[in-house]
Design a protein. Structure first.
Length: 447
């Protein structure tokens, strides 16, 4: 797939073309990738840190040690893991694993290198490439692995960026989820506070209504008491005025008694009449005084009643002050409730905005997942197409190989026939047998 997607980078055309390469660099026939010159191969291996440092003669005349070191370095770079990590995955129920330690190193590197070779369409990679590497084939296999490593390094940058974007989106999503949980907890706490304040507000409103009813009653009682006090004050003023008039009359009567006492000697009969009149006046005055005394007693009783009413009015005033305090507390609770409602509305708006952001993030994640699935599907389809073309190319290669072997056999037999005609006694028994087979084939119809 990577050979088909990036033919310009590797100097190759797609596998469906009749030519494997149109790059000006010399290509090795039979491989679908650019064969690098030995100097470039040595440079890449040196950058990978192969020890000992490779040289051009290690590519032109490779040994088993060179093949093991080069394939090991390329496999570790391509798979981002070394042979020791692969060996660590070996099951632990093997008895005496130290016996297979050295063999496991070779087998691990061989399997990893073989997988890289199969990716580059080199299907006949075997242990002979390790033990007896052929220079041209060895350079070609190293070139394919290096080309794949370059392709993998270029694609890894894009994939790493996408992974970092996914991690950032996931971190942002988790942060939004945490913030959403905090907002939910704050919303629940605000609901609880609102419910508690609502209950307090209802209680305060009921108390305020009861206090208002009590205040109305007390106001009516106070108005009636004020009217009673005004009436009592008016009566008291009238009684004081009458008392002053009575005192003035008593003084006048005393003066009259003093004048009459001087007149007693002159006219006793007239005085007796006057005494009788005065007695009747005194009785009248006594009756008036008794009436005034009864009025004073009534006034004192009224004063006591008014003092009691005044004390009740004072208690009502205190109750009214408590009611005003309750009304102020209810107003404060109402203000807190309105502030809580405003805060709740703002929290709801923030929650809606965060939910909107979360839905957008989820949609973007879904779109990324859908793109990934489509890419996997297209990759699978391309791999299937590539496998079908590879099978078709293998069949064509086998047919060409069969035709070539048949043509070589016929050419060899013709050479033997020509040699027998030119030099009749120079053939050995095997060549004579092949010549007889050729004659028999020619005698058969359709040959």
């Amino acid at each position: 797939l990577w050979l088909k997607q990036n033919p310009s980078n590797l100097g190759c055309v797609p596998l469906s073309s009749s030519r494997f390469c149109d790059h000006p660099v010399k290509m090795l026939k039979g491989f679908a990738f650019k064969v690098l010159p030995p100097k470039e191969v040595v440079s890449v291996l040196g950058m990978m840190g192969v020890h000992p440092s490779p040289a051009i003669e290690n590519i032109d005349r490779p040994t088993a040690e060179n093949a093991m070191a080069f394939f090991n370095a390329l496999s570790e770079f391509a798979y981002d893991m070394d042979a020791q990590q692969v060996k660590a995955l070996m099951p632990g129920n093997i008895h005496h694993p130290e016996i297979y330690d050295e063999a496991m190193d070779v087998v691990t590197v061989f399997k990893l290198a073989r997988q890289l070779a199969m990716i580059n369409l080199v299907d006949d990679f075997n242990f002979k490439d390790f033990w007896e590497p052929v220079p041209k084939r060895f350079r070609a296999i190293l070139s394919g692995m290096i080309n794949f490593c370059r392709y993998k390094e270029g694609k890894a940058v894009v994939i790493t960026g996408m992974k970092e974007d996914v991690h950032e989106l996931d971190a942002a999503r988790l942060e939004l989820v945490d913030r959403l949980n905090v907002v939910d907890s704050e919303l629940v706490a605000a609901h609880d506070r609102h419910s508690a304040e609502l209950q307090d507000m209802w209680t305060a409103e009921n108390e305020a209504a009861e206090a208002k009813t009590t205040v109305d009653k007390l106001t009516r009682v106070r108005h009636s008491a004020d009217r009673v006090v005004e009436d009592a004050e008016k009566k008291l003023a009238a009684a004081k005025e009458r008392a002053e008039q009575g005192e003035q009359r008593i003084e006048m009567l005393r003066e009259q008694v003093a004048g009459l006492q001087g007149q007693i000697a002159e006219s006793p009969e007239g005085l007796e009449k006057e005494i009788e009149e005065l007695k009747s006046g005194v009785r009248q005055q006594k009756a008036v005084l008794e009436e005034k005394a009864s009025q004073r007693r009534a006034h004192s009783q009224r004063d006591q009643i008014l003092s009691k009413l005044a004390s009740q009015i004072e208690s009502y005033k205190e109750e009214l002050a408590r009611v005003k305090q309750a009304a102020a507390a209810a107003e404060a609770a109402r203000r807190r409730t309105s502030a809580g409602r405003e805060e709740l509305d703002s929290l709801r708006q923030a929650l809606e905005a965060r939910r909107h952001d979360e839905t957008e993030l989820e949609q973007s994640l879904k779109s990324i997942a859908a793109d990934t699935e489509r890419a996997k599907h297209s990759h699978k389809e391309r791999m299937e197409q590539l496998e079908a073309r590879r099978q078709q190319a293998l069949l064509q290669h086998q047919e060409l190989q069969a035709k070539r072997s048949e043509e070589q056999q016929q050419l060899h037999q013709l050479q033997l026939l020509r040699l027998q005609r030119q030099q009749p006694g120079s053939l050995d028994p095997q060549q004579l047998h092949q010549l007889q087979l050729l004659r028999l084939q020619r005698q058969q119809p359709g040959s």
